[in-house]
Design a binder for this molecule. Structure first.
Ligand code: UDP
Length: 327
């Protein structure tokens, strides 16, 4: 199938393009390259464009005879969403609405949407697909609004959608071909790896007084290649006029302190860290119950060990540095 992948030059989008191509599909990347990388858009045609440009997106859908859209293009930093809600609602909500309307113009009626565990807010147990969604930051709220729009577009216009709610995406393609490169980097795992590699002096641990066993936030890390596999599997469950949602995680929670310990063990390097104030918008605990994804998508994670995610990220970072050193 021909799949338009918005944000296909980004971290998760590029891994999904590779998985689609390997499964015999044809990804077409649409990306404005504001945070994505052209080098990562290598698995099919590339369209330089923005999801807010309805006519341009409709044109791309028609020109490339697209069957299905996978929508990753978004802003995704919790902290930034609190200080800059305007750009979050504009990009994530209005951008998604524009994309859906471009799909209607072009007669494309199926979409897989990149949603998030941040739609849930504070929940003190494993989070299943039917848990109440009460986001505590604009990022999570913006994604929940799109889920609502997708439900309404399914009912009114017959657009079939699957929202995949990721817990914490981590790791990278084991071949080292793709990886996580953000500027600025804000995510825990790549920052811890940078400190281990000596390219960053220290890691700030945001909050050491949470109601968790060691006082730091607990997250459920999921390998980006496992996320990518779930997207390919989602193609089989898209149904006209129906909205479906699945949580994607491993069901294992790791605190920030535990992640630091594992990074030190896997890399054999010290990760210098200091306690810092809590980051606004962070719930203490986010751990998935992804039973439904396993049963209904037939999804089986290949790299559920945190150590695998760390070692793949570490290899990619070292390859990047070797390449930079050689240029
Ligand atoms: N975190 C941290 N220091 C950092 C970056 C992140 O302590 O420099 C914490 C953050 O507060 C959260 C966890 O690590 O509890 C995961 O954050 P990340 O930004 O990687 O992912 P998010 O949960 O925001 O999707």
């Amino acid at each position: 199938m021909k799949v338009l992948v918005t944000g296909g030059a980004g971290f998760i989008g590029s891994h999904v393009c590779k998985a689609l191509a390997e499964a015999g599909h044809e990804p077409v990347v649409l990306d404005n390259l504001r945070t994505g990388h052209l080098w990562a858009a290598r698995f099919g045609p590339f369209v330089h464009g923005d999801i807010l440009e309805i006519e341009r997106v409709a044109e791309a859908l028609k020109t490339h005879r697209v069957d299905i859209v996978m929508h990753f293009a978004a802003l995704a930093y919790v902290g930034e969403s609190i200080s800059e809600p305007d750009i979050y609602y504009r990009t994530n909500v209005i951008g998604s609405l524009s994309l859906l309307n471009a799909m209607r113009l072009a007669g494309v009626s199926r979409i897989v949407f990149s949603s998030t565990c941040a739609t849930f807010g504070n929940v003190d147990r494993k989070i299943g697909d039917n848990e109440a969604q009460n986001p505590i930051n604009p990022y999570g709220a913006s994604k929940l609004m799109v889920e609502r729009i997708l439900r309404d577009y399914a009912a009114a216009y017959g657009i079939g959608s699957v929202a995949l709610r990721y817990f914490n995406a981590a790791g990278c393609d084991p071949s080292g071909e793709l990886g996580e490169v953000h500027d600025p980097e804000t995510h825990l795992l790549p920052i811890a790896l940078q400190v281990a590699a000596g390219t960053r002096s220290q890691l700030d641990v945001f909050g050491t007084d949470y109601p968790t066993p060691d006082g730091t936030c607990i997250r459920d890390y999921i390998h980006v290649c496992d996320l990518a596999d779930a997207h390919v599997a989602a193609l089989n469950v898209l149904e006209t006029g129906v909205f479906k949602a699945f949580n994607l995680g491993n069901g294992n929670g790791f605190s920030v302190r535990q992640v630091i310990d594992r990074v030190e063990a896997v890399t054999g390097r010290k990760v210098v860290w200091q306690a810092a104030p809590r980051r606004l918008g962070d719930p203490p605990l986010l751990v998935a119950d992804a039973t439904a994804a396993r049963v209904k998508l037939g999804w089986v994670p290949r790299f559920s060990s945190l150590d695998d995610m760390i070692s793949h990220g570490w290899s990619f970072m070292n390859n990047q540095q070797n390449k930079l050193a050689a240029t």
